[in-house]
Design a protein around this ligand. Structure first.
Ligand code: KIV
Ligand code: NA
Length: 270
């Protein structure tokens, strides 16, 4: 299987084949990427790794180095899906030149195909600057977790008319700037519909109804690694419970000297 490309993802909406939605999940490690790769069109090395991998309180402290290292692992573990890496907070907002330097470093150090950054119209010029210089960009509108300190939380966006209009015009600005896809996070269904109609790039929803051109979830959330997850997450498994049971058995066997048994023990040749 040859690796998918950014233009192929972008073209899915034009040729009408987003009738079958695009599939994206987050990945942070090589082994996780290996397991997800053949099921997904895109793997996102999300800055959600701040909370998921590093136990940080938000994505705000995540660094370029963290993103580059995890993206490199995900590229090494995959051969089919397009790998997209999040630009961390503080690495792209101050100027388009800063954004290019950060994005180029991420792609050079990891081998990922594209970057994602948060923000709407205010980032459009940067998005165009990066694309003209060889870096494909995925947009991210609606709930933008890097702005948690301004927003004051992670509640759904677009509940007022003004907020709704702004989300649509933000997505349009990114679309016109050339973003190849746009994540739409935490918005009420009518906004997801309006954005998806308003842009030529595929929309990838998270907490944004079934009306987007694709879906994404944080893998560890959908696997049931965490007790508490946002309402829009469906837990497809209870991996935390499986690990708890498994490790409890191991601990019991070590303490009772039933592990290691003879199958796991080397003996001298007789
Ligand atoms: O960081 C992340 O995981 C994301 C997705 C959930 C869209 O940005
Ligand atoms: Na993110």
């Amino acid at each position: 299987m040859k690796r998918l490309t950014v233009p192929k993802i972008r073209a899915r909406k034009d040729d009408g084949s987003t009738e079958e939605p695009l599939v994206m999940l987050t990945a942070y490690t090589a082994r996780q990427a290996q397991l997800l790769d053949r099921h997904c069109d895109m793997l996102l090395v999300g800055d959600s790794l701040g909370q998921v991998i590093y136990g940080l309180p938000s994505t705000v402290p995540v660094t370029l180095e963290m993103m580059a290292n995890h993206a490199a692992a995900v590229v090494r573990g995959s051969y089919h899906a397009v790998v997209i890496v999040d630009m961390p907070f503080g690495s792209y907002e101050s100027s388009k030149e800063q954004a290019f330097e950060s994005a180029a470093r991420l792609l050079k150090e990891s081998g990922a195909a594209a970057v994602k950054l948060e923000g709407g119209a205010q980032m459009a010029e940067t998005v165009r600057f990066l694309i003209e210089r060889g870096i494909p960009v995925m947009g991210h509108v609606g709930l933008t977790p890097q702005a948690v300190n301004v927003l004051g939380g992670y509640g759904a966006r677009g509940r007022s008319d003004a907020e709704a209009d702004k989300i649509v015009s933000d997505a349009q600005a990114l679309d016109e700037a050339g973003a190849f896809a746009i994540v739409v996070e935490g918005v009420v269904e009518p906004i997801a519909i309006a954005v998806t109609k308003a842009v030529s790039a595929p929309t990838i929803g998270i907490g944004a109804s079934a009306k987007c051109d694709g879906q994404v979830l944080v893998t560890d959330d959908m696997l049931g690694m965490f007790e508490r997850v946002p309402r829009f997450v469906k837990k497809y498994a209870d991996v935390a419970e499986l690990i708890d049971r498994t490790v409890s058995t191991y601990a019991e066997e070590v303490r009772s000297r039933s592990f290691p048994g003879s199958d796991q023990t080397y003996q001298p040749k007789s």
